[in-house]
Ligand binder design. Structure first.
Ligand code: HEC
Length: 211
């Protein structure tokens, strides 16, 4: 019988020690049996340091450092963001801009064609008619570029769609640099232009048997 009391007392002590203090607040650090790498020698932001001559743990940014990455524009508007047209496709009043911030050359179109065929043709088709290979696999929502609404889009809006995507179309900002996106916009315009071309667009000497 004595052992039964001992056992009961032991169980009560065990339960209270394991569960009894749950939820209590304490300012003391917890007992850590395995500290792993929780405690390391490190500087916290804005802390002081005896190591550096100026007494600061934060080091000044080396000369010539440029902001990099998706937040660079917000981080330093003077660096890139001054040109909203080039990097966001927007005019000063916030609307989508028409035209191009880069010179549209044969080289730009060739670059745009290459990027388009890699990144856009699987859905939009090599002709921009929405009949890419993904249609055969059930993606039926890809629009053609050749209807009046998409022909009427501002260049900046197409740039914005490439940058941020739209509904089921994913963004391409991580795959295409801003200049590459403008090259693709130019190529999309070329596809639209070609699709609506007439016999008058072909020089007389090249018409051959075309009617
Ligand atoms: C995974 C398939 C897919 C790929 C790849 C793709 N798109 Fe799209 N795109 C779509 C779909 C779907 C829509 C229709 C989105 C909607 O309006 O719901 C669309 C819409 C558009 C539109 C019309 C936006 C509007 O204002 O209605 C443009 C312009 C466009 N895409 C350009 C591109 C360009 C340029 C690329 C290559 C950089 C590209 N797309 C790559 C699927 C794709």
């Amino acid at each position: 019988m004595r052992y039964a009391y001992y056992t009961l007392a032991f169980v009560v002590v065990l339960l209270i020690s394991v569960m009894g203090t749950r939820g209590l607040l304490s300012t003391r650090p917890p007992i850590q049996v395995f500290p792993d790498m929780d405690h390391q020698a490190k500087y916290k932001p804005q802390a002081s340091s005896k190591f550096f001559a100026d007494g600061r743990a934060d080091r000044p940014i080396p000369a010539g450092t440029v902001p990099f990455g998706r937040n660079a524009r917000q981080a330093d508007p003077a660096f890139l963001g001054a040109d909203e047209f080039h990097y966001a496709g927007k005019a000063a009043d916030g609307s989508f801009a028409r035209g191009f911030p880069v010179a549209v050359t044969q080289d730009l179109l060739a670059q745009g064609q290459g990027r388009y065929q890699i990144y856009c043709a699987p859905c939009h088709g090599t002709l921009g008619d929405g009949n890419g290979i993904t249609k055969a696999y059930g993606m039926l929502v890809t629009p053609t570029y050749h209807d009046d609404r998409l022909r009427g889009l501002a260049e900046g809006e197409i740039f914005n769609t490439i940058t941020h995507g739209k509904n089921t179309m994913m963004p391409y900002a991580d795959k295409l640099s801003p200049d590459e996106r403008w090259a693709v916009v130019a190529y999309v315009r070329a596809l639209q232009r070609a699709h609506h071309a007439t016999l008058d667009d072909v020089p007389a000497e090249l018409r051959g048997g075309l009617k």
